[in-house]
Design a protein around this ligand. Structure first.
Ligand code: GTP
Length: 634
């Protein structure tokens, strides 16, 4: 590829930019370190820090749970360099978000909690970063509480991951120790964004001739995130690949071919701050003024209008793993739900949405999620941000069902399951993953994997921890995804006393025998609660749901039977007791025949009511069921 016409000024500008991410196993301290970095580089922010504990976790739900879900880019200066930090989520559901931020970076800080050492996600995120050709800066974090473990961990980083001891930085996000050294290392070790490298990353090896024009100053930028602002329309979060942009410049989205002129451009510090120009290598935002959220897609490229022939490689859309249909609790809210979901999807590229209709449930949306936490958060966001109460069908993985007529259909919800007599074979997704665990807990983990219908197919020693006097092993496992989304993470933590960690990557399909279980409330099937399960787990799972219904449904004047059934066979039952109304309370003493009359009347009324009771399952009960289903392990 020819690299032409880059002015000295721009070259100088690019050489002063560093784009980096922080990667780590969950809870190893990414967000705390990111906050400390902002505090150190933007002292004015420290006041706000006190008001709002975490500045990198902006979603309210993230703050409540103490987990990071959405990546938030932050720009700041360090010793004359412009540093763009892209925080990454730690929960395994969000591996895709991690890969997005890695594509926008040239370097990554690999954070390892010194008290915990290398964990499953340390390895999986490191591999993802190396795949993107990033420079890795290894950091041992939390040394304020783990000084005595430093030597041993340095040994591990060298032996297991191949880092030299002298390149590892010791730090504490809590006390601020080593944060300046980390920033120095970012400046020294991470390369500045180079035209050719960045372009190849985004546009593939076969960059069209157009790229030569772009190096001359034509603007192009990759959209790696976006959000909706009531006044500014869709705001695209971009990594500028080439050239520069100012407000008012005519731009075009290459994928959707929509033209617009930015109404505002800016950077995140971490709150959005308007700037005059965004230039190559920078990370910032472009307010498009576009109101139709579908026109701006993540992974698209925004460029000068004359660059419309440019081909994009961009990002791949993630594969949703868990599916559920969402319906408005109030049918009149259908359009509102549609709009809200579209806006959420804009902010969350990993949500996949399609319109769905079921004769039993009516008009709704089939939504694909990255995992159970993602599903739960989406339902909560619909409630908090858009005030919408929703009915969510039981989450399901994607089954491939071979019919007797040779056809193969995808089934992502119990209501789609063909009649048993039409089915030749059902296949379910199974993931391959790695568990890192001390040998003391090995047999407990083997048992858990077995109980989860999975298997360990390889076991190797990873390292020996002299402090804990334990051998850490890696176990390669296959586990059906349907089991993984229901409490596997939590159970793994429980059986290993918190020592085991898990990461997974690929998936395959294999045959499984499943049944469809219906939940009946007052003898009526509630279609949104039907689920697909292997026969041996059907009763236990059904009982869990019936218990939640029993505890949370409003009592009626008559007892409400709750049942679970496979076809016509009832496999579990519970009852919501009736509330008692003392109809004779107002009678003092008096004639027993009068009391009898009142009791008889009550009996008659009850009979009438029993036939007419329509039980409503409130939105929050669905949320409780989803929570229990996932028991989202961390
Ligand atoms: P996610 O946001 O969920 O990905 O987690 P994270 O990796 O960002 O971890 P986070 O910053 O939320 O820190 C996890 C826990 O470790 C919190 O309770 C922090 O207070 C604590 N922590 C983080 N850094 C340090 C440190 O340097 N020293 C000590 N002692 N505790 C720390």
């Amino acid at each position: 590829m020819k690299s032409v016409g880059m002015s000295n000024k721009r070259r100088a500008c690019l050489s002063k930019i560093r784009n980096f991410s922080i990667i780590a196993h969950i809870d190893h301290g990414k967000s705390t370190l990111a906050d400390r970095i902002i505090e150190l580089t933007s002292p004015a922010k420290s006041k706000q820090l006190h008001e709002k504990e975490r500045i990198t976790d902006v979603l309210a739900i993230e703050q409540e749970r103490g987990i990071t879900i959405k990546l938030q880019p932050v720009s700041f200066y360090w010793k004359g360099y412009l540093l763009n930090l892209i925080d990454t989520p730690g929960h395994v559901d969000f591996a895709y978000e991690v890969s997005r931020s890695l594509k926008a970076s040239e370097g990554a800080i690999l954070l390892v909690d010194v008290t915990e050492g290398i964990q499953a996600q340390t390895i999986s995120t490191l591999l993802a970063a190396l795949e993107q050709d990033l420079v890795i800066i290894p950091v041992l974090n939390k040394v304020d509480i783990g000084k005595h473990l430093v030597d041993e961990r340095l040994d591990q980083l060298e032996k297991v991951l191949g880092f030299k001891k002298e390149e590892v930085i010791l730090a504490s996000g809590k006390t601020g120790l080593g944060v300046d050294k980390i920033l120095d290392a970012v400046v020294e070790r991470v390369p500045s964004p180079s035209g050719e490298k960045v372009a190849k990353k985004f546009f593939g090896e076969n960059i069209s001739r157009d790229f030569e024009i772009r190096e001359d100053g034509s603007f192009s930028a990759l959209i790696f995130d976006s959000f909706y602002d009531q006044y500014k329309g869709v705001v695209a979060v971009v990594r500028v690949v080439s050239g520069s942009v100012k407000t008012g410049k005519r731009l075009r989205l290459l994928n959707t071919q929509v033209e617009f002129s930015p109404t505002e451009i800016g950077v995140f510090k971490p709150e959005p701050i308007a700037v005059d120009t965004l230039t190559a290598g920078m990370v910032g935002y472009i307010a498009t003024g576009i109101k139709q959220v579908k026109q701006v897609t993540i992974g698209d490229t925004v460029a000068d209008v004359d660059l419309s022939s440019l081909k994009i490689v961009g990002y791949q859309r993630p594969n949703p793993k868990v599916f559920a249909s969402i319906y408005p609790e109030n049918k009149d809210d259908f359009l509102e739900l549609k709009e809200s979901l579209e806006k959420l999807a804009l902010n969350d590229a990993s949500l996949s949405i399609s319109q769905d209709y079921s004769p039993l449930l009516g008009q709704g949306f089939k939504v694909g999620f990255l995992g159970m936490l993602h599903l739960e958060i989406t339902k909560e966001r619909l409630k908090r941000e858009y005030g919408l109460d929703t009915v969510v069908t039981m989450p399901s993985v994607k089954y491939k069902v071979k019919l007797k007529n040779g056809q193969i259909v995808d089934v992502t919800g119990a209501y789609q399951m063909p009649e048993p007599f039409n089915i030749a074979e059902v296949l379910e997704p199974v993931v391959r993953g790695e568990i890192i665990v001390p040998d003391t807990y090995m047999s407990a983990v083997y048992q858990l994997v077995k109980d989860s219908r999975g298997e360990v197919y390889e076991a190797n020693t990873l390292y020996f921890s002299s402090v804990k006097n334990m051998n850490y092993l890696t176990l390669k496992v296959r586990v059906p995804y349907a089991e993984l989304i229901r409490g596997f993470f939590g159970n793994l933590k429980a059986v290993s006393h918190g020592y085991a960690s898990f990461a997974y990557s690929s998936e395959e399909y294999r045959p499984v025998g499943v049944v469809k279980v219906d939940i009946l409330v007052n003898k009526e099937v509630i279609p949104s609660l039907s689920f697909i399960e292997v026969p041996q787990n059907a009763r236990k799972r059904a009982l869990g749901i019936l218990k939640i219904l029993k505890q949370n449904l409003e009592r009626e004047i008559v007892p409400i039977p709750l049942q679970a059934a496979i076809g016509a066979k009832i496999i579990a039952r519970e009852t919501v007791p009736a509330y008692r109304k003392n109809v004779t309370a107002k009678l003092y003493g008096g004639d027993i025949t009068r009391k009898m009359k009142l009791w008889n009347n009550q009996k008659k009324k009850k009979k009438l009511r029993a036939a007419n009771v329509k039980v409503r399952i409130p939105s929050k009960v669905y949320l409780k069921i989803i929570r229990q289903e996932g028991e989202v392990g961390r």
